[in-house]
Design a protein around this ligand. Sequence first.
Ligand code: AMP
Ligand code: GLY
Length: 428
Amino acid sequence: MSLRVLIVGSGGRESAIAWKISQSKRLSALFCLPGNPGTAAIATNIKAGVSDFEAIASAVEANGIDMVVVGPENPLVDGLADFLKGRFPQLMVIGPGREGARLEGSKEFAKDFMSRHAIPTAAYRPFTKETVAEAKAYLGTMQPPYVLKADGLAAGKGVVIPDTLKAAERELDEMFSGKFGQASSKVVIEQFLSGIELSVFVLTDGKDYLILPEAKDYKRIGDGDSGPNTGGMGAVSPVPFADREFMRKVEERIVKPTVAGLAADGIDYTGFIFIGLMNCGGDPYVIEYNVRMGDPETESVMRRISSDLLSHLEAAARGRLKDETILVSDSAAVTVVLVSGGYPGSYAKGYPVSGIEEARQEGVEVFHMGTAEAGDGVVTSGGRVLAVSATDTDMVSAARRAYDAAARIEFKDSYHRSDITKDLLKYL
Ligand code: AMP
Ligand code: GLY
């Protein structure tokens, strides 16, 4: 059977998933809702918002969709998967229901889940406004820096790491006073883990799993990891320090108990799990779970999967992952994100973008993140505008190729980090 697939979302992650699925022999038609000018070249874009469940249901019905792949976390946390399955019992949905999405939607839920299933993570305690005195006493027992996390979704901004006790106490008061709205009515305080971060991605049907290529992203806006956090300024896969032994520990200590834990808790989970990890002296600890793929990690990860992603997704949706094998190429993939000047603060939109076709040379893909159509071309329409993703035999060559391609793209006040992969050279 060939499949009609709808991807929900409009960013670089969805662009890369669409790019990969579009190559599948199993595909008969591809739709993106809402998609972007990049996905328009390989799919039919459907105008609607990712939180407009009725519009998504209408798109499924009108286009005879067999499978929906949900890109972003918000609709998952709000129950899109349950809604679609309730409406269309035969529909394959990639993305967990509301219950499974709590792994990302509530830090306390995620931490309790890890503690219940003996999955290595930082020591922690949850607090509310009512227990603020205990929270401060707990802070007093810890060493700096302090890690404070808003319990709910806060668009990636809900984690604060003050260096002094005083700053931590002030931050706690601000969080309880609504700094992140409802998301910080509960706050998790946890032990600081020092090490180097990476992300591991799993596709699961709730019983079995495939481990996708791992990746490292670059969260800060400036070179040398300086300045404020962003959604992600670049990503590389594979990660040189994630050797066979480390990945074996990740699988045994984290992936297996996570999937088994979901089953033991009676949570029906079909979809991706993004595991944010800290490598602490060779041992992996979970920093966070996300219930979706990462952006821009996906742009690098998809470039390295050489087997048919759509076949894996179908197997996941049908509970048959046990029989699937994922093939990963030993090439390296490096993604550099081009952003609007001013991002992650305020920035202008609507600047014409040139050079995208010139940048697309051998080994290079340009994924749209925040662009809009304007006449024959595109203009900037978001903070993160384009992801330039290059593959080559090794990380150094892939980075060179990505930067060569990025140099061909122009828009007013364009900015990108110039040190993606540099911190990893010492591990080669
Ligand atoms: P999160 O939103 O949970 O990914 O956290 C944002 C960032 O805060 C992570 O990518 C880490 O760099 C950092 N972080 C979170 N938790 C800890 C921790 N327990 N120790 C050290 N750094 C952390
Ligand atoms: N790049 C980090 C994320 O997608 O959450």
